[in-house]
Design a protein around this ligand. Structure first.
Ligand SMILES: O=P(O)(O)OC[C@H]1O[C@H](OP(=O)(O)OP(=O)(O)O)[C@H](O)[C@@H]1O
Ligand SMILES: O=c1cc[nH]c(=O)[nH]1
Ligand SMILES: [Mg+2]
Length: 208
């Protein structure tokens, strides 16, 4: 399974800031979006381009344009919303497909409560957004439903992943490409990533 650790100095610096325990809701939100923007740069490096001719200020000029498949951004509710604006800044024409899943706190299994996908999923590259890849249950369930809708090209963007979640993903969906700012040490006994970020959804929405 292709895993890209996006360890650009700007990403590393921003991760250092977002890990602080006393971070404000505003700063957590801003940094999630900023790191997402940089992950988008990495995740779109292999998009194909083609040359077209446009009318420039001094006459016709040959320019590159992105060709082929269109993109749908798939934020996993709630926390994935915190990355969405950063990604949309970079790909303003992307369609958005929402997937609502939360983790049952006892079983750690994902519970589905909302799905609204855009049209023609089979023609699109899906960019899944979630700050946290912990046990991997939420991500595997999301990929299951995207594939059931016809998606064949799926990438996932995460701020922090646990090795346990990456191993689970590799078994279930080895074709999916992962872009992550940090692969952390492990999960604790209640399924939180260490050192991690804490509860990303609560920090982005200011709940709890
Ligand atoms: O890899 P997993 O073990 O499945 O855990 C990861 C999921 O947990 C968090 O969501 P949460 O259930 O807290 O929902 P929220 O975004 O609504 O807070 C996180 O944003 C992921 O979606
Ligand atoms: O560490 C974790 C694990 C799951 N969800 C979170 O928000 N944080
Ligand atoms: Mg949460």
């Amino acid at each position: 399974m292709p895993v890209t650790l996006a360890d650009h100095p700007l990403i590393k610096h921003k991760l250092g800031l977002i890990r602080k325990a006393d971070i404000s809701t505003k700063d957590f939100r801003d940094l999630s979006s900023e790191i997402a923007r940089l992950l988008t740069y990495e995740a779109t490096k292999d998009l194909e381009t083609e040359q077209i001719t446009v009318e420039g200020w001094a006459g016709p000029v040959t320019v590159d344009t992105i060709k082929g498949k269109k993109i749908t951004v798939v934020p996993i509710l709630r926390a994935g919303i915190g990355m969405m604006n950063g990604v949309i800044d970079m790909i303003p024409s992307a369609k958005i497909s929402l997937v609502g899943l939360y983790r049952n706190e006892e079983t750690l299994e994902p519970v589905r409560y909302y799905v609204k996908l855009t049209s023609n999923m089979e023609e699109r590259i899906a960019l899944i957004l979630d700050p946290m890849l912990a046990t991997g249950g939420t991500l595997v369930a999301t990929i299951d439903l995207l594939k059931a809708a016809g998606c064949t090209h799926i990438k996932g963007l995460f701020l922090v992943a646990a090795p346990e979640g990456l191993r689970r993903l590799e078994k279930a969906h080895p074709d999916v490409e992962v872009y992550v700012a940090s692969v952390d040490e492990k999960l604790n006994d209640v399924g939180y990533i260490l050192p991690g970020l804490g509860d990303a959804g609560d920090k982005i929405f200011g709940t709890k």
